[in-house]
Design a protein around this ligand. Structure first.
Ligand code: SF4
Ligand code: SF4
Length: 337
């Protein structure tokens, strides 16, 4: 097995930039941390849970085709990307989103970007904040599959777990040190055991899923949440497994225009509205019910990729909802109702 000394990480990242657009945890001026293009000045290893990297494969808005002087041109963009330092929940989010985007019909716009991307997971030594529940959803705190490489931070060194031949190839040009396999495996096992101990299961998730399945959840909770929700859509936008989008056409002049898609959210009033004018989810209560049932009850078994459900337990909806209607709050309310 191999290790990378932390003091050599900048050198490794710089080498990878020769072949890839390297996206990594980046400190922004207002103090946020996001995944952005590697720059030595803003790259940080001192980070918690940046926004989900789902926009790398599924941008907030993207043009899918253009018509120029009556000539149709599909816009499928792809470039060699390396996602460094994503969390295990993000990896599971990518697996779930990729399954959804290729299960019935391949989404060429998503697939082109995903197929050109390498992933390096940074295993979590414990919760990144109080909203993490990835152990419960079987999505973390370390990745079990999907990654090209997984890094374990053991002080001034990263232990490196290889997930794919492509990941192994990434190591060929960077400064590494050999470590005895048995010793490395023991160190990884110790790291994983400690991480799991620090991130115990949240029993209300499983309890809420059972109540929903048995149709025993108190319906009144949705009315109460519905009255609080301000329909900002933030919970869907920060969610690594939310992949709904809207499509619109824009004509500039006869024979010239484009088609684009933008993120959509099931929390919006018009999301499920039918052409007849009928809206099967006419109230915010019903829309919130649908969102959480999709994550916890009506998820597709193929899509969940070995996780417990359609939620990967990242806790971001709880972090960002301005009125505290994250999945964690919802499952606790269902379980206690
Ligand atoms: S529903 Fe919330 S906790 Fe679950 S994956 Fe989405 S953002 Fe994360
Ligand atoms: S983030 Fe909160 S307020 Fe915004 S749509 Fe979601 S549940 Fe409603």
């Amino acid at each position: 097995m191999k290790t990378l000394a932390k003091k050599n990480i900048i050198e490794a990242m710089t080498i990878w930039t020769q072949k890839y657009d390297v996206l990594c945890p980046t400190q922004t001026a207002p103090g946020d941390c996001i995944f952005d293009t590697f720059r030595e000045k803003t790259f940080t290893l001192d980070y918690k849970k940046p926004l989900s990297p789902k926009a790398m494969f599924f941008p907030h808005s993207e043009i899918t085709f253009k018509v120029e002087n009556n000539k149709y041109r599909e816009v499928v963009s792809s470039k060699k990307t390396l996602l460094f330092g994503i969390r295990a929940c993000d990896m599971m989010g990518i697996l779930q989103a990729t399954s959804f985007m290729s299960r019935d019909q391949k989404d060429v716009y998503y697939s082109a970007k995903r197929n050109m991307a390498m992933t390096i997971v940074m295993a979590c030594p414990g919760p990144q904040n109080e909203t993490c529940f990835c152990t419960t959803t079987h999505s973390g705190p370390f990745a079990r599959k999907g990654f090209d490489l997984q890094f374990y931070d053991i002080g001034d060194t990263f232990l490196i777990e290889i997930g794919t031949p492509g990941g192994e190839a990434l190591l060929s040009a960077i400064p590494l040190t050999d470590i005895d396999d048995t010793h490395a495996e023991q160190q990884i096992a110790k790291f994983q055991k400690k991480a799991l101990r620090h991130l115990p299961e949240v029993k209300s998730v499983v309890k809420a899923m059972k109540k929903l399945k048995d149709d025993k959840a108190d319906e009144k909770i949705w009315d109460s949440f519905g009255q609080k929700c301000i329909t900002c859509g933030g919970c869907a936008f920060v969610c690594p497994t939310c992949t709904c989008f809207n499509v619109y056409d824009h004509q500039f002049s006869p024979g010239n225009g484009l088609r684009a898609r933008t993120w959509d959210a099931c929390l919006y009033g018009g999301f499920a509205k039918e052409a007849s004018g009928h809206n099967p989810r006419a109230s915010q209560a019903l829309r919130l019910k649908r969102r959480h049932e999709h994550k916890l009850l009506h998820f597709n078994e193929t899509d969940v990729q070995g996780s417990l459900c359609g939620c990967v337990g990242c806790g971001r909806c709880s972090d960002y909802c301005p009125v505290h209607i994250g999945t964690l709050e919802v499952v606790k309310t269902i379980a206690e109702s």
